[in-house]
Design a protein around this ligand. Sequence first.
Ligand code: UDP
Length: 255
Amino acid sequence: MANKKILYDGKAKTIFEGPTPDTVVQYFKDDATANNAEKHSIINGKGVLNNAISDFLMKKINELGIPTHYIKKINMREQLVRKVEIIPVEFVVRNIAAGSIVKRLGLKEGTTFLRPLVEHYLKKDELGDPFINEDHIINFEWGSRDELDEMHEYGLRINDFLRGLFLGIGLKLVDFKIEFGRFYSEDGSSILLLADEISPDNCRLWDTNTNNKMDKDLFRQDIGGLKEAYQEVANRLGILPEKKTYASTKTEIVK
Ligand code: UDP
């Protein structure tokens, strides 16, 4: 992508201009960050794994009838996606208590919620992505009532689907974060599309037998083994971006 214009350089992905005005290219980097980028490392191969995992999950979510920005995977690190105006709200869906909610409400990590819990955070790094509610979103016109209802419904349907999918491969979906964007037609009308990515960078996944963490908490909490865990998630999903055939001299591209 060396000769393509960078539209946005994020923490884990770079967005380049696409081949048409209504598309962009998402490039998955190897950078891992935590605590609002206070902590940073390069984990070789993370971008390739997240690209493969997100490609697989976005396609499945599209098949469910939830519109996404996803068009196609271009290569090991890049996806072609629709160009959207990102809604500056992070939607977090939680099934089990972990992470920030444990601290905020003094919960015991691992407590299963009565029903899935949807939370909203403002996408603003300078403020550390503060917790907000629906009134904030409507008052500050980050999204309309109708958009909020639609995103809420999509979030719960995605949760239902992903929970089942991960359970089938021995993983508990503890929580995840999603983002949406507006895709504009020429007449100025817009539809909501699921955007960004879905990968172990923005999901919490625990092994059903051992409760071992298989997500970015391995980096956040300095446990280690992040790449191996992401590889294991990809393996269990049946995605093998690369299969070493012998010695490490030859690499067979499976997908
Ligand atoms: N998350 C994310 N990006 C963020 C904050 C959270 O992808 O900027 C994901 C995180 O990986 C987890 C879920 O959202 O799956 C809930 O995160 P939480 O609010 O517990 O925050 P954290 O403990 O990660 O700071």
